[in-house]
Design a protein around this ligand. Structure first.
Ligand SMILES: O=C(O)CCC(=O)C(=O)O
Ligand SMILES: [Fe+2]
Length: 199
């Protein structure tokens, strides 16, 4: 596993990338587990420019009992932690130095699925906690863009890699996973978050 610092700003935004965070055996075990939960995934109904549309990706949430995390007007049911996801969560917590109680899983079935420019909502998260993003399946480019300078960074997110966004990242940067025509393989992405209880 190698560790690269993608962003380390005077503003306090930090983004780190760990290639091969998950060994191939753990990767396929987690992929199989997520594939098994496939019927729990569905598209969010999101409000965009005054219209409600289906999100261009499928979504499923896992987490501790009774947790709520609302984003883009969506409040999803949280499923209990399956074993492989729980094991990955615990390894990521050890690297980040704090626990995680929520995982939002995106399924991009082909290169036509994407997530547009946004910053993650941090007001419901424990102050100072990281957002840790684990990728499985198709390799897709991930972009980060500074909100005022527009300085842009692109990282190819390999299967089994971990990207950690922390510090003031969400305050100063937006991120996106653009469409990638020609990609026919699915990609799962799991963002682990530490949601404030009662939030
Ligand atoms: O799929 C990714 O790599 C990013 C997902 C993301 O930004 C999100 O779920 O908020
Ligand atoms: Fe995000």
């Amino acid at each position: 596993m190698s560790q690269v610092r993608i962003i380390d700003d005077s503003d306090g935004a930090i983004v780190e990338y760990f290639s091969e965070f998950l060994a191939p055996g753990d990767r396929s075990a987690l992929l199989a587990e997520l594939a098994q939960a496939r019927d729990r995934f569905d598209r969010d109904r999101v409000l965009m420019y005054g219209k409600t549309i289906d999100s261009p990706r499928m979504v499923c949430a896992f987490g501790d009992d009774g947790l709520h995390y609302r984003y883009a007007g969506v409040d999803r049911t949280t499923h209990p932690w399956p074993p492989q996801l729980r094991a990955a969560r615990d390894r990521i917590a050890a690297v980040c130095g704090h626990p995680f109680n929520y995982a939002l899983v995106n399924l991009y079935q082909t290169g036509d699925d994407y997530i547009g420019w946004h910053a993650d909502k941090v007001s419901d998260l424990v102050a100072g906690s990281s957002i840790a993003s684990l990728s499985l399946g198709a390799v897709r480019p991930f972009q980060l863009r500074h909100k005022s300078s527009s300085a842009t960074h692109e990282v190819m997110l390999a299967s089994g890699s971990l990207l950690v966004m922390r510090g003031t990242c969400q305050q100063f940067y937006k991120h996106s996973l653009p469409r990638r025509r020609g990609v026919t393989e699915p990609r799962f992405n799991i963002t682990f978050r530490h949601v404030r209880s009662g939030g």
